[in-house]
Write a protein that binds this ligand. Structure first.
Ligand SMILES: C[S@@+](CC[C@H](N)C(=O)[O-])C[C@H]1O[C@@H](n2cnc3c(N)ncnc32)[C@H](O)[C@@H]1O
Length: 160
């Protein structure tokens, strides 16, 4: 059983659903009902069968303790008001030995999307500059802070 948090249109999870196959199961979630609807349509178009969709806030995961083998979250924790809480919730629902795979944005200067589109707006005063650790897509860009958040949630980091 794999849980995807902040799944958006769901594509990352659909790839995992194909890997785990009919013997496995994906629960694709997002706190936006509209995004869950998009993911539901997309999953149906792709013919993904070992899948359910649920509206769920990653900071309040509506699942039992130790109930999932893996959690997936791409570009999600970095946008949450309380990523520490979401990571503690993630740890709670992961069974012992379960895995979390996550991706967050790195520093703005290494992010072409931000550099090309947003930086000129920041330079002209139309957008506030991103704050490390504050509410922005770069809130987890600092590797040390992200490491500390993971450690506080009792999630041990591995590099691949
Ligand atoms: C940048 S999109 C990423 C979507 C997808 N994971 C991807 O990589 O394409 C961020 C998503 O996080 C969702 N989100 C933000 N905060 C959330 C929360 N607390 N719980 C669940 N979903 C959340 C948003 O609704 C949005 O769909």
């Amino acid at each position: 059983m794999v849980l995807e948090l902040a799944a958006g249109a769901g594509d990352t999870g659909f790839e995992v659903a194909a890997i785990v196959g009919e013997a496995g199961h994906l629960t694709s979630t997002d706190f936006s009902p509209a995004m869950v609807e998009v993911a539901r349509r997309r999953g149906a178009e792709l013919g993904v069968r070992n899948l359910e969709h649920r509206v769920m806030d990653a900071e309040r995961i509506e699942l039992e303790n130790d109930s999932v083998d893996g959690v997936l979250c791409r570009y999600g924790y970095m946008l949450m008001p309380d990523p520490a809480r979401a990571l503690r919730e993630t740890r709670r629902v992961l069974r012992p030995g379960g895995r979390l795979a996550l991706a967050v944005w790195g520093a703005p200067e290494r992010n072409p999307f931000f550099a090309v589109i947003a930086m000129p707006l920041v330079q002209r005063g139309h957008l506030p500059p991103p704050e490390a650790g504050g509410r922005s897509p770069f809130s987890m860009a600092n590797e040390g802070r992200t490491q500390a958040l993971l450690a506080d949630a009792r999630l041990q980091r591995r590099r691949y």
